[in-house]
Unconditional design. Structure first.
Length: 315
């Protein structure tokens, strides 16, 4: 478990982190979100012992990373946004070298490197110089480096930075497979992947932790009119009239006929309250059947923009 307590970091008069606290439990994946300059990288550098805090503390399994650095750092693998690779080494040489730095016994370094190259899909690049690798292979080599010695905690700063869509999918697949066996803390600008991947998300802005929780919990923070998608059998004009007679429905637009014989509708409302029951009753009372009904929830992007003011306010 990682406990971050009242973390503050100042660079001169600039406050990069301001009284930030959160907890990361074993076996879960956590995501940092925030605009550029929000404090994500600063927080990660402090959590991994690369930077001291102005005040506050980071505890890993109850031990302070500054008071017990050697013990605590053995439990952490860190991938900075720009992986610290040696370009004149081959992938195999570098990973064996990294294994030595991590304290892996000499007899186990070969197997550790070979196993991670296979896991990361870079075995075919084992004897290539790192300087000749593509961005995607460099990122995967960096992640393999962070995982050398099988640390309990992985801190990944923009692990998919610079990757093409297919490479991003591969990177997130590898990270997803770590759930349960490792604690993973990552930062990313790819909001859909973060929403699908992370058990909990922390949103930082200007050094302040604005919110934290599961994607579903964060989506509930955005309150505003919601639309509904309905599929029902029956006369579309009759159903449209019944729906638009409801107090909070502003429009019911008919879509296409579905394979199950019904019609699809998009229902716009002027309320954040859930009116699914009212919609269902209106259809039933008209003598028709509801085949499907769903409410469109706030996206993670909406939450992000609301909490960080990363729209008109920043402009």
């Amino acid at each position: 478990m990682i406990e971050v307590r009242h973390l503050t970091r100042q660079f001169g008069k600039h406050v990069a982190l301001n009284d930030v606290s959160f907890t990361a439990e074993k076996g879960k994946i956590y995501g940092f979100l925030g605009p550029n300059g929000a404090g994500k990288t600063t927080a990660m550098n402090i959590m991994t012992g690369c930077l001291a805090a102005t005040s506050g503390e980071v505890l890993v399994d109850g031990e302070d990373i500054l008071k017990r650095p050697r013990t605590v750092k053995r439990k952490i693998g860190y991938l900075p946004e720009i992986p610290p690779l040696y370009p004149e080494m081959t992938v195999r040489e570098f990973l064996r070298f990294a294994a030595g730095l991590r304290g892996v016994p000499a007899r186990d370094r070969k197997d550790a490197a070979e196993g991670l190259m296979e896991k990361m899909g870079i075995a075919e690049m084992a004897d290539r110089l790192i300087r000749s690798l593509s961005k995607g292979y460099r990122q995967r080599t960096g992640l393999a480096m962070a995982m050398i010695g099988d640390p309990e905690i992985l801190v990944l700063d923009e692990p998919s930075s610079g990757l093409d869509p297919e490479q991003q999918k591969q990177m997130f697949r590898v990270i997803r497979e770590l759930r349960g066996s490792h604690t993973v803390i990552l930062s990313s600008h790819i909001l859909p992947e973060v929403s699908a991947l992370c058990d909990e998300i922390w949103i930082l802005d200007r050094g302040v932790l604005k919110a934290g929780g599961s994607p579903a919990m964060l989506q509930n923070l955005v309150r505003g009119p919601r639309a509904y998608r309905l599929t029902a059998d029956g006369d579309p004009s009759d159903i449209t009239a019944k729906l638009e007679a409801l107090p909070h429905v502003t429009r019911a637009a008919v879509g296409e006929k579905t394979e199950n014989g019904g019609w699809s509708y998009v229902i716009s409302t002027d309320t954040a309250e859930d009116i699914s029951a009212e919609i269902s009753r209106a259809v039933f009372r008209a003598g028709y059947s509801v085949l499907a009904l769903g409410r469109e929830e706030a996206s993670l992007e909406e939450v992000f923009l609301k909490l960080t003011g990363d729209g008109e306010e920043r402009a």
